[in-house]
Design a protein. Sequence first.
Length: 154
Amino acid sequence: LDDAEFCGRLHAAFGAALGAFRVPGRRQVFPLVLKYATRPVAARTVLIGNAAQTLHPVAGQGFNLGLRDAWELAHAIMEHGASDPGSGALLNAYFSQRRFDRTATILFTDSLIRLFSKDIPLFNPVRGVGLAALGGIPPAKNFLVRRMLFGARG
């Protein structure tokens, strides 16, 4: 789209509450791709949140994972003593604690996107039934919500 049409569509989608849209420069595209550090700890270094992994923004799981990373890092520092928060022992303990939740969240969000981004005619009704069943079975829905908020161990 040219700039005027692009701004017009933004206005149609978001309304006037944000004011007039204008294009201050060249638009760019940033594809949503899964990226993650295979080992987010190194000598006196720890990566958390989007520095450690970038996930598709489905349901804010990258944000939730980053919060859990920060929480567990703070817990590891308190547990191992704050005298040397960059020690190898502390960072390795942190990484061991985070590995399962981190891997499970990465696999779950990536699988969810792959499952719902494909338009497979015979599979569309199955996905719909699965979502309806999840919504209709409160224990299953609550289980999933707990896992998404509090992680794989939640």
